[in-house]
Design a protein around this ligand. Sequence first.
Ligand code: BDR
Ligand code: CA
Length: 340
Amino acid sequence: MNAKRKVIIDCDPGIDDALALMLALSSPELEILGITVVSGNVPAAMGAENALKVLDWMHRPDIPVYLGEERPLIRPYVDAADTHGENGLGNLVCPQVTKVRPRRGAVEFLAEALTEASETGSPVSVIALGPLTNLARLIQRHPECFAGLDEFVSMGGNYRSHGNCSPVAEYNYWCDPHAARTVFEAFASLPSLQGRLLHMVGLDVTRQIVLTPNLRDYFCRLDPELGALIRSMTDFYMDFHWQQEGLIGCVINDPLAVAYFLRRDLCHGFSAYTTVETEGICLGQSVVDACGFWKKAPNSRVLTETDPLGFMELFFSRLLKKSPEELGPMLASLMGGGSL
Ligand code: BDR
Ligand code: CA
């Protein structure tokens, strides 16, 4: 059997972060070394409490949760309570976890894990589901530790798709554009990251991943307990999507980043140099030099195509512990692509 892939999940739970954590925690090929939390959808302290709740639901209290940066590098902090509810979990009522508590020092934890990874030759990947402030601080304080990095997947940005918090910007990069730029620039210039690519799972692909009420009902039929949690969290999220985008359902961005890490064939795209705007009306926009105007070596893999049915088969089968073949026909039917 292949060794498990070591991974650290940096996140800001967040409804879709919670779903992404559930997917990762249901995936036996991953060894999750820790969950680092950053201020994004909610302040880091609240996000860490939410991460502990997800670990509790999934019976994995052994995985440590680390508190990260509370503020973006330069810009004032703006949360996303309008999208995720005041508690970040769609106002789901759920007791605080008291048996285990968040630890301090997300950036130091990342540095130690990556340094050990380079020393032992057992690399560690990072999946980032929130603003990139923790990662930018890591670059500023411990640039040498990236020798221990395997892959870096970031949910954020957009190429041809419009923004979700300004006409051109996606929330994670908009919330801390200086951090996002620092990370993209590091993939272009840091010696330990030379020739490596940041995998940008942006809105071009995540917008195609819509959890509809029908799909959610199917999940609830198969696992009423976990389904009830998902229903409670996503009611708020679905209301937001209806009011904001006229969509019946909700876009679940973050789980696609985990799914892509698990199954590379779920997204396709191209390699290019990307940076992030930090000023003016295009603040937070990911600027992808797809045509090579700047003659710079690629620092990113920009994902533009995905397979929504393949994603749902993976997501449902992992969380429900069933085979994709068993679930596939019903999922295809509910997604309008097949008959039972
Ligand atoms: C991203 O922003 C957050 O609101 C979500 O959790 C996701 O990471 C989507 O733009
Ligand atoms: Ca997130």
